[in-house]
Ligand binder design. Structure first.
Ligand code: ATP
Ligand code: MG
Length: 236
């Protein structure tokens, strides 16, 4: 890994990029994942690379629905595991949730590498390697899932997710929680709870924050994020 001096003004952003590059080099993240990260970074720059109030509220609301779920599942891909492997395992422990791997470009090798990385951090019984069910409405490899995990879940946390899959999960009656820096993405618009925050901050926050069982209105929350962005863009 390239050593980035801590004094560099963009240290944190560069450190996170290096984690993804390492993810690609170790066969965890796809090359397309780097581009997806770039889209996320652009929005992170606009929100000021910080957890804004609306995101914190969404994080607390997400904890509330996840804690009260019967069968909560955290769905992970190569970007999530490159960035927050330890936090994913700890969050699953905190929520008593299962972890299931789902990849946009599924290869058996990447599935195994991701699973091993999670196991290095203490993850156990990682689902998705031997799919025995399918989410309707998606092409075969993207729809593959596990019966005891995503298929029978009531609440799914699907960070950094593609819009088609978020929509398919929603159609299947799941409560969909996402982490997505783009408040305009199809995923952000489809989810029941959208956390507009970098996953590197969102998962750490969700390990610390207490759940808030309040009426959460995702549309209103997203409007507040856009309002915040508009103000930042227009103030001189
Ligand atoms: P959609 O399919 O939902 O319309 P998209 O096609 O623009 O969105 P995808 O590549 O399918 O984007 O999904 C990745 C999403 O994850 C993007 O919206 C991107 O902004 C977001 N993202 C990428 N990196 C991060 C990160 N580190 N933290 C939070 N969100 C991120
Ligand atoms: Mg997409």
């Amino acid at each position: 890994m390239t050593k980035i001096p801590k004094t560099h003004p963009r240290y944190e952003s560069l450190r996170v990029r290096e984690m993804l590059v390492e993810g690609v080099e170790s066969g965890i993240t796809s090359k397309a994942g780097l581009i997806a990260h770039g889209r996320g970074e652009a929005f992170d720059y606009l929100i000021g690379e910080q957890t804004i109030g609306s995101a914190r509220l969404a994080e607390k609301a997400a904890l509330s629905v996840l804690f009260s779920a019967e069968n909560p599942v955290i769905s992970v891909n190569g970007n999530v595991v490159a960035l927050v492997p330890e936090e994913t395992v700890k969050l699953a422990e905190r929520l008593d949730a299962k972890i299931e791997i789902n990849l946009f470009h599924r290869t058996e090798e990447r599935m195994h590498r991701i699973s091993s990385r999670l196991e290095e951090y203490g993850g156990r019984n990682i689902l998705g390697l031997k799919p025995d069910s399918e989410i309707p409405g998606l092409d075969h490899s993207r729809g593959l899932c596990s019966e005891e995990g995503i298929y029978s879940s009531d609440v799914v946390l699907v960070p950094l997710e593609d819009g088609d899959r978020a929509q398919a999960l929603s159609k299947l009656g799941k409560t969909v929680v996402t982490v997505d820096l783009n408040p305009l993405s199809r995923t952000a618009r489809t989810a029941d709870i959208t956390i507009v925050d970098n996953i590197t901050r969102a998962f750490s926050n969700m390990l610390e924050l207490e759940p808030l069982d309040d009426d959460f209105d995702n549309e209103k929350n997203l409007s507040e994020v856009l309002e915040y962005l508009a103000q930042r863009l227009t103030k001189s």
